[in-house]
Ligand binder design. Sequence first.
Ligand code: HPA
Length: 233
Amino acid sequence: MTTPHINAKDNAFAKTVLMPGDPLRAKFIAENFLENAKLVTDVRNMLGFTGLYKGKKISVMGSGMGIPSIGIYSYELINFYGVENIIRVGSCGAINENLNLYDIVLAQGACTNSNFADQYDLKGTYSAISSFDLLKKAYDQCINKNLPVHVGNVLSADIFYNADSQNWKKWQAMNVLAIEMESYGLYCNANKNGAKALSILTVSDSLVSGKETTSEEREKSFTNMMEIALNIG
Ligand code: HPA
């Protein structure tokens, strides 16, 4: 069976899928971390691969940017391909002053300014949270590897270039650690459809200090994040 956005065969995906935003990142992970990786889907060049990590079947696929994009792919993976765990591996902009560049943020929960959860007609606000099981495993890995890790809330923003450039300060005041653009949609889909999800993020820039990472350094910290994701997958 194929879906409107995924042309993989039945059972082509592992129970766990790692999702970076960039499909070429997915290709890089498949080529450098997995054994015997095979391309399983390529609709719109949103590449997905399945291979082995330490003898265990695992998949990796691009999510694209933003809640609508990850919303589509995570929904189809969970509901049509039997995927049980989705681990987003991405970057975030720090809005908490205690976060340094390259630190790891485990998104325990996600806030949003999107109306994604409006579809559920809840007459209230929905707190989109990660899987505690995946969160605990990821946290333990970070502690064992002595990596700088922060656990808390993130903002999954709909808008990267916000007309109100200081808007993040209001989220900062609510103890939100960082901004990214996907976790809220991923967590909603996982919770609604009986799957587990976690976003593991590396701080790529800080809205507090104005500092940004270099692409070379990003590569190194990315490896730490990938290994955590692969080991809990
Ligand atoms: N905003 C949204 N997404 C991001 C950012 C940001 O500042 N940095 C990395 N991803």
